[in-house]
Write a protein that binds this ligand. Structure first.
Ligand code: C2E
Ligand code: CA
Ligand code: CA
Ligand code: CA
Length: 279
């Protein structure tokens, strides 16, 4: 099934680049995907270096298209952002994640944290803070159980506004992670003034960390910087054991990637949590 949906996806992207009419009809389908219940969440485990710690997960959105199969977020999130649909979709993701975490907690399943991707327009929307605060209060997860992942591109547009938003979100009990750190626009100069909890080292550094001294040097500098600011560090896109070894040496706190697990369906993630808890 994965293979056939992969082909469908390639087909999709060729059409997307080629034909404006097809592209617009896909936007229309994306517009109605929420009410047609075509979205679901998958959960990619984040493992702490201290193996006895509870698992966390990043929440990743999936669009099950009736004919194209699973469309990857790299294809439809940018479309949603361009066509003003991301706020509604992002609201849905966050509400689902809160509800899911609350329900796992209620069932006694030890899930430390769920992290949720937030697009720049969401973070910069005037009512995002108050709606998020209300959600956290409804589900009683004002203890950092939800972490919002923001990319550096959220900061480029209006760093003052973004950083105020981040601070207010932290005050109501959200954690904030800077995602894909080190690629694109690097906010090094004001990293020490940004209110956040976690730094995610981008996969592009992890890819060659065991091979190229320069990748390792950059990752080491990022980790050292984060540590000096008293932030947690997560490495993403960890695929092989050699990478884990280097990252461990550098002092990375949590690992995420195919080496440990692909993103999992809800039930599979629950099984994994139960199994690792019983060890
Ligand atoms: P991201 O935030 O950098 O998420 C990590 C992506 O890397 C995920 O792809 C994940 O499946 C993939 N990944 C994780 N470990 C490995 C690995 O070891 N090797 C490789 N090759 N890939 C790995 P995915 O699920 O396709 O998501 C792609 C991007 O779409 C995400 O990148 C994120 O920017 C965006 N996205 C996903 N869900 C949401 C959402 O709910 N809201 C928003 N705004 N963006 C989302
Ligand atoms: Ca992310
Ligand atoms: Ca990332
Ligand atoms: Ca990335």
């Amino acid at each position: 099934r994965a293979k056939s949906s992969g082909q469908a996806v390639m087909h999709y992207s060729e059409e997307l680049e080629g034909d404006t009419a097809v592209r617009l009809s896909l936007v229309e389908e994306l517009r109605s995907a929420l009410e047609r219940s075509q979205f679901h969440l998958v959960f990619q485990p984040r493992l702490h270096r201290n193996e006895s710690a509870a698992l966390s997960a990043e929440v990743l959105l999936r669009w099950q298209h009736p004919t194209l199969g699973t469309v990857p977020p790299a294809k439809f999130i940018p479309l949603a952002e361009q066509h003003g649909l991301i706020d509604a979709i992002g609201d849905w993701v966050l509400a689902q994640a809160c509800q899911q975490l609350a329900s796992w907690r209620k069932a006694g399943l030890p899930v430390a944290q769920l992290s949720v991707n937030v697009s720049p327009t969401q973070l910069l929307a005037d009512d995002f803070f108050s709606r998020t605060a209300a959600l956290l209060a409804t589900w009683q997860i004002e203890d950092g159980g939800i972490e919002l992942e923001v990319t550096e591109s959220s900061l480029v547009h209006d760093v003052v506004k973004a950083s105020q938003g981040m601070q207010r979100l932290r005050e109501v009990g959200c954690h904030i992670a800077i995602d894909d750190f080190g690629v694109g626009f690097s906010a090094l100069s004001y990293l020490n003034r940004l209110p956040f909890d976690t730094l995610k080292v981008d996969k592009s550094f992890v890819d060659t960390i065991h091979l190229e001294p320069s990748s390792k040097a950059i990752a080491a500098a990022i980790v050292a910087l984060a540590k000096s600011l008293d932030k947690a560090v997560v490495a993403e896109g960890v695929e092989i054991l050699e990478q884990v070894a280097v990252l461990r040496d550098l002092g990375v706190d949590e690992f995420q990637g195919y080496y440990f697990s692909r993103p999992l369906a809800k039930e599979d993630f629950e099984r994994l949590v139960r199994r690792s808890h019983c060890k």
